[in-house]
Ligand binder design. Structure first.
Ligand SMILES: Nc1nc2c(ncn2[C@@H]2O[C@H](COP(=O)(O)OP(=O)(O)OP(=O)(O)O)[C@@H](O)[C@H]2O)c(=O)[nH]1
Length: 842
């Protein structure tokens, strides 16, 4: 049988190697072997040479894997044939076939057991070789097994070659024959087989060989497979099929492929080509080919998107079910419902706000230092953005960053970390603008408010006046029939602090703050920074579940694994439950304050979610704004998204603010009402913008302008600011917007600002403002407004613009100029803002 089998046609041989006939013909021609076309018969010699050629390539390649890939496959058919022959031939003598035989030799390996038994005895050579096999080192190395794989195909040979060397000795002893065979890689392989598979070999000479091929694989065990599939086996993986190998001998049809393609696969996200192939039960090379046919050039490690995976699977006739946990990458919106029984009481989280210098920091420090719990005394307190105190065996967590801007900025990012707010008001100073802002920020967040009337130790302290003033803002003390808790304290003298803490506990009790500690942790980043020594550090408030060292997590668009965790006393923790502030290391990047934090099952998952989040964020950054603007107000109203139009009003004087509030309250448009969430006199500041952003509000400026920072933040946060000088026009604009009837309008574009450095009175001309252009440019034909302390004191045309004595068309930033307006009350320090009106499409 050997003979017939040894005759293989080019196309068969090519097919067995997963190659094209053309490629084989090219190789044969290169090797100067006679060949006409794909039907040409390949004599053993030709096959041997081709295999040798592959072997050579292989041994030159640093990585055995790649080249082999194809070749190996060859093994399949051909080899089988060869094997079969081999079997028949077992005897080494047959060198001729050897080429194949060798290959087969490799194949045979499998023979070990089964076959071996058969031929075993006969093939001494190998057997011989075989025996030592292991010893042979190379073959021996299990790894060689891998090689064995290669061995299978051409590779096998190569292996073989090594083997030999390795087994050299042995082989040599084993006998020349094999060596002679060795001329073909195969032989050697046999030889090696000896070594590798040897053991097997031990039994049957040939067995040995075959083994050889795979032999590599220590496989004594695998033998079973091996036994069959020689080559394929060798080639790895396919070993399975190899099984047939065994049969081969019986001349069964060379390869009948068992189609184990799944009917359906479940896809949970993007996958690499290798992963997809595995899922489809296909060789990566097969998948890559298919992809090429689909017009996708991909490498084995390339990530395939869902669409491509679907296409690909469809091409293999496999149904795809996509199961992507969508909510995972927007985990902050994930609403987890816990069983009532799993909820345990948790400490309240408190934020302190108030007007500048009213004592927020002093109060925070006082509370912290007077309430170090016994167990933790002596710990070095450190700033981690929040801290916990204990009173009456109950804990309270304080956020350490006082100020409503920080609070609202977090809220604007979607973070709801606070349960209770404390508004600090100095008893000697009373309610000030930022007190009102703080109250409105707390109210906008729907949080309970406790008023701490501070500095009661001061001589001019008048707590009742504070109470009185706050009633105007809806905070009425209990003793006056309201429901707001007022506590008199002196942060400096540490008076009244316990009372304050007790009140916090009371509010907490009433509101019954609870969380489930027995699940994966979720929380919010309070602060984060890059520490030179420790890398990115994040201060987290755990809000649900329990965070443990070693947990993989996502924070914003960053991910990591909790390497170390310390609390505010500098103590290392292994785990942290709800309402606990902790500082963690183990992040890959620095997240932002307000970023949501959540634990995931492993780092891989965390990474993929972080990646998805950053992509989504980039997309939304590029996309349209999500804030309400007057221009699209009507659409929101129609869509039922808006029932209250949140508005912040800033005016030049309290009187005009009140007038405007009254007029806006009267606007009636079906189903919608104007809700003023904050108002005050003075320029529009950053705090207003942040509040607007957090509350989806528009800002109305009445005779005031945004300060620079506010303008910048408004642009970033896409907050709609409407500036007016006539109450009527405000009302009309809002009303029209609510009805969806805003006319196309002219939009004002500020082109520059100049600061008045000195003024000169010139008869008949008026006051000349000697100014420095501090931003943009001032143009002669632009309109101008004069701003003093954020308030617009005049608006009109620019009368004249001069550089030295000459009229100028425009003057750019960094240059001085003289400006006259049709208005003479110009003062040093005033800002002249130049603007033009441009028609904009709605
Ligand atoms: N007499 C007296 N002085 C106090 C009290 N609390 C704070 N102060 C003083 O008031 C000043 C301002 O206190 P801070 O705690 O810095 O005020 P703050 O509200 O944190 O100020 P900003 O951080 O600037 O917003 C400091 O000089 C404190 O010593 C108090 O209860 N009594």
């Amino acid at each position: 049988m050997s003979k017939p089998e040894s005759k293989v046609r080019v196309y068969e041989y090519a097919k067995s190697l997963d190659m094209s006939s053309k490629e084989i013909i090219t190789i044969l021609k290169k090797l100067e072997m006679p060949v006409n076309n794909h039907m040409s018969v390949m004599e053993p010699e030709a096959i041997g040479k081709v295999e040798q050629f592959f072997r050579k390539i292989k041994s030159n390649a640093s990585k055995p894997a790649s080249p082999s890939s194809k070749p190996q496959s060859n093994g399949d058919i051909q080899i089988k044939n060869s094997q079969e022959k081999q079997v028949g031939m077992n005897n080494k003598p047959q060198t001729p076939n050897s080429s194949q035989s060798q290959s087969q030799g490799g194949n045979r390996p499998q023979g070990n057991r089964s076959s071996s038994s058969v031929g075993g005895g006969q093939s001494r050579p190998q057997s011989g070789g075989a025996s030592r096999p292991q010893s042979s080192g190379q073959g021996a190395r299990p790894s060689s097994g891998g090689q064995g794989g290669q061995g299978a195909r051409p590779g096998s040979t190569s292996t073989g070659s090594q083997n030999r060397s390795g087994g050299g000795a042995s082989s040599s002893q084993s006998r020349g024959p094999s060596s002679s065979n060795s001329s073909y890689g195969g032989n050697r392989s046999g030889g090696q087989g000896g070594q590798g598979g040897n053991r097997t070999g031990g039994q049957g000479g040939q067995g040995g060989n075959r083994t050889g091929g795979q032999g590599g694989r220590p496989g004594g065990q695998r033998r079973s497979d091996d036994s069959r599939g020689g080559f394929r086996g060798g080639q790895g993986g396919r070993g399975g099929k190899g099984g047939r190998g065994g049969n081969n001998r019986n001349n069964q049809p060379p390869r009948e492929k068992i189609d184990n393609t799944p009917k359906k696969i479940i896809v949970r996200g993007t996958m690499t080509v290798a992963e997809t192939a595995k899922l489809l039960h296909k060789d990566a090379s097969e998948v890559i080919k298919k992809l090429i046919m689909l017009g996708v050039m991909a490498t084995i490690n390339q990530e395939l998107d869902l669409e491509t995976i679907q296409l690909l699977a469809g091409d293999f006739g496999v149904e795809v079910e996509i199961k992507i946990p969508v909510e995972d990458d927007r985990f902050e919106t994930l609403e987890e419902t816990d069983e009532e029984a799993d909820l345990k009481e948790r400490p309240p989280v408190v934020t302190i706000m108030g007007h500048v210098d009213h004592g927020k920091t002093t109060l925070l420090d006082a509370i912290r230092s007077t309430n170090v719990t016994g167990g933790e005394a002596g710990g070095i307190t450190q700033h981690i953005g929040a801290y916990q105190v204990e009173i009456n065996n109950k804990k309270i967590s304080f956020l350490d960053t006082p100020g409503h801007e920080a609070f609202t900025a977090m809220r604007a990012r979607g973070a709801q970390v606070t349960d209770i707010t404390i508004i600090v008001v100095a008893a000697d100073d009373g309610v000030m603008p930022q007190t009102v802002e703080a109250v409105n920020h707390a109210k906008a967040a729907n949080l309970p408010i406790i008023v701490a009337v501070n500095k009661i130790d001061k001589p001019g302290a008048d707590p009742d006046r504070v109470k009185q003033e706050l009633t105007e803002y809806g905070l009425v003390p209990e003793e006056w029939g309201g429901d707001t808790i007022f506590v008199n304290v002196s942060a400096k003298q540490r008076m009244g602090l316990e009372g304050l803490l007790e009140m916090i506990l009371l509010v907490a009790e009433v509101n019954d703050y609870r969380a489930n500690p027995d699940k994966r942790a979720r929380g919010t980043v309070i602060e984060a920074e890059l520490d030179k020594g420790r890398g990115p550090v994040a201060r987290i408030l755990v809000q649900h579940g329990t965070l443990k060292v070693g947990d993989a997590f996502v924070a914003g668009n960053c991910f990591g694994r909790v390497r170390a965790m310390v609390n505010d006393k500098g103590r290392r923790l292994k785990e942290a439950g709800p309402s606990t502030p902790v500082e963690i290391t183990g992040l890959t990047e620095v997240p932002q304050a307000g970023d949501p934090f959540m634990v995931f099952e492993d780092e891989r998952k965390a990474r993929s979610i972080a990646d998805k989040r950053s992509i989504t964020q980039r997309e939304s950054d590029m996309g349209a704004n999500t804030r309400v603007t007057l221009d699209d107000l009507f659409k929101h109203i129609k869509d039922g998204e808006i029932k209250d139009l949140n508005v912040i009003i800033k005016g030049d004087v309290q009187g005009s603010v009140e007038a405007l509030k009254g007029s806006l309250a009267k606007i009636e448009v079906e189903g919608v009402r104007v809700k003023i969430i904050h108002s005050g006199a003075g320029a529009i500041n950053e705090s207003d913008i942040i509040l607007a952003a957090a509350s989806n509000a528009i800002v109305i400026g009445f005779n005031v302008r945004p300060d620079n920072q506010a303008a910048l933040t408004a642009e970033q946060e896409k907050v709609d600011i409407r500036l007016h000088r006539v109450i009527y026009s405000v009302i009309e604009e809002i009303e029209q917007a609510m009805k969806g009837m805003l006319d196309p309008i002219f939009k004002e574009t500020v082109i520059g600002q100049a600061e008045v450095r000195s003024t000169f009175k010139v008869t008949k001309v008026g006051v000349i403002a000697g100014s420095m252009v501090i931003q943009g440019k001032i143009a002669r034909n632009a309109e101008a407004r004069l701003i003093r302390g954020g308030i617009v004191v005049y608006e009109g045309k620019i009368d004249s613009l001069k550089r030295y004595k000459d009229d100028a068309k425009e003057v750019s930033q960094g240059y001085e100029c003289g400006i006259t307006l049709d208005y003479n009350d110009i003062q040093e320090g005033d800002i002249i803002e130049a603007f033009v009106m441009e028609a904009v499409e709605r």
